[in-house]
Design a protein around this ligand. Structure first.
Ligand code: C5P
Length: 225
């Protein structure tokens, strides 16, 4: 099937871009960050030690993770809200650092790509998981714009627990962790198109990616509304 990868740091607009792009193309949206978060949530729920790589990988392999109507399901249960809480975000780091967990997730992600055309977002989609993707995009934005985006998203959900400065601080730590990871580190693939989203609306960014997709003959199913 056909694949568009969207990699880049948290807060650059990957999720909203991937969602809208997938809906315009009539393709599936795969949020691989949500998949790592789902494994972290399952580990917390089942008291699997976050430094036990073998147990984490076995757990990851046993999970049924699905995306339906914009929600994430773990073994049939909608976990879309739970996976965003701070405790799960913190637990996601050791889970995503574990090479054998990454192997399981890579296999799961490739399996999904055999059934559906995918807009897939993450950190390693263009570099490790789908090196032969038809189109690779790396979305970036300045640290302050990304922190502001995250801050406003939280406020929209009624969460005023962190200031922009606190969000910026934890974002810097998370970026470092994502870049330092020995396998699946966050980086643009050599053949990725880099889009800086500062100052661009969501529609504008999606149109830029659609234009690239059109140039590669990927938009035959797309009917502009
Ligand atoms: O995208 P999101 O911020 O939800 O991802 C949560 C964490 O999962 C990231 O900080 C990163 O450490 C990890 N991740 C990863 N590889 C991916 C997607 C996410 O390691 N493909």
């Amino acid at each position: 099937m056909k694949i568009i990868t969207l990699d880049g740091p948290a807060g650059a607009g990957k999720s909203s871009t991937a969602k809208l792009l997938a809906s315009k193309l009539g393709w599936c949206h795969m949020d691989t960050g949500a998949m790592y978060r789902a494994v972290a949530l399952a580990a917390l729920q089942r008291n699997v030690a976050l430094d036990n790589e073998k147990a984490l990988a076995e757990l990851a392999a046993s999970l049924d993770i699905q995306f339906l109507s914009g929600a994430v399901f773990l073994n049939g249960e909608d976990i879309s809200v739970e996976i965003r809480i701070d405790r799960v975000t913190a637990a996601t780091r050791p889970v995503a650092d574990a090479p054998s967990v990454r192997e399981e997730m890579t296999a799961m992600q490739r399996k999904l790509s055999r059934k559906f055309n995918l807009v897939t977002e993450g950190r390693d989609q263009g570099t490790v998981v789908f090196p032969c993707a038809e189109l690779k995009v790396y979305l970036d934005a300045s640290p302050s714009a990304r922190a502001a985006r995250r801050y406003h998203e939280r406020i929209e959900h009624g969460d005023k627990s962190h200031s922009i400065e606190e969000i910026l601080h934890s974002q810097i730590e998370r970026d470092q962790g994502d870049k330092d990871r020995p396998i699946g580190a966050m980086e643009a693939a050599k053949d990725a198109i880099i889009i800086h989203t500062d100052g661009f609306s969501l529609e504008n960014v999606v149109n830029q990616v659609l234009e690239l997709a059109r140039g590669r003959g990927l938009t035959s199913d797309y009917i502009p509304k």
